[in-house]
Design a protein around this ligand. Sequence first.
Ligand SMILES: *Cc1c(COP(=O)(O)O)cnc(C)c1O
Length: 459
Amino acid sequence: MHGAKFIGLDKESLHVLTTALARLEAGFTALPAVTETRVDVQAVTRVLADVAERLGDNYPYFHPLYAGQMLKPPHPVARLAYALALWINPNNHALDGGRASSHMEKEAVAELARMIGWTTHLGHLTSGGTMANLEALWVAGQLYPGATILASEQAHYTHGRISGVLSLPFEAIPCDRFGRLDRDALRARLDRGGVGTVVATIGTTATGSVDPLPALLDLRERYGFCLHADAAYGGYFGLVDNLAGSTRRAYDRLGEVDSLVIDPHKHGLQPYGCGCVLFRDPAVGRFYKHDSPYTYFSSAELHLGEISLECSRAGAAAVALWATMQLLPLARGGAFAKGLATGRRAALELHEQLRTDDRFVPGFVPELDLVVWMVRAPRISEASERARRLFAEAARRQLHLALAELPVDFFHLEGTNIQRDADCVTCLRSVLMKPEHEAWLDRIWAILDEATGAALKAS
Ligand SMILES: *Cc1c(COP(=O)(O)O)cnc(C)c1O
């Protein structure tokens, strides 16, 4: 049964789940049958209809016309593997709670480590990038007690907050006009001393800018600090073959950082609840030491719970990631990498279209698959208002963009007579992270064009 229009909610693959579920059940036939727990299908059907009704109140994240924030649907194999695992509901805190899923987690995490060239590592999945960064900065704080943590002004705000949680001083270092940590400003700060950790953002959340890792590695050589890469968003992009030279050079040396965070639930086709933290030196595992009186008794092997700050964690998340990587291995030039590369091509194409349209002022050339642009106006403050109107006009036409507040310096204002009455501007931001975005670019542009007309008419 197909609807007249396929708008992106796959139902066809559901039968795969029934088949796999039967196979899973077959592994437990030695158990006596349980007859007491039956599902009240009618009641569940009623509730689920209400749920479907409620969930309709969402932006269509799964659709190519949703080109706003960092949201993309999980791959069907991830969704199905996650669902299948829920009949077991494993807990990857310990092997007792999730035997198979713990092994799958270790294999999946080792693949992520291998992607950046590590044959040994310590690492595990987390509930997301925030927890993963918390662990990395916590370990860095153990190595450099009381020392300051530095990240760029465009780094995710979580680093400042995490530093607060860890009671470690935090300072933001200015960015250059490409949204990358400014190496001279960093050097000047390092000269003043007291720094224990520098966070390199490999793909900022606002613009997808990649900090100059080779320069940061040189500085680590000279000053000695923990270099942590927050690649929550951009971590997978080393696999694509269409990066700019300077971006490529950063990815080529990603394996030299001390720790790294990557979010499979951002670009790894996973449902939410899947981040990953990796340490280059497995010996940092000593900091996690604890004496649980009751959790571990079935194995002498190191449990994931012994190298993780979080206790209970979704084993299903590991199962989903493992399954996805079986289908789409992390190979340079492979199908997964090609999906990322199409988003990047789409971003470059949209940037180029914006550049040649005098109603807009584009930001710098995208490093990954994020595009930002200003709406041209006599004054910056007015450009901000116009951006907000364009955002609303586009949404009214089913094109969902995002708004971002960015330094005016990120935009090429030379040669324009735009009056600079503010240092920050509200601009449009589009994350073209779905492989379908490239093919939809003409339709996206047509709506953007019409919405811009409407937004400017109102001004
Ligand atoms: C998304 C993101 C985070 C936060 O990760 P969550 O998974 O949302 O907790 C941290 N850093 C960067 C660069 C991100 O893009």
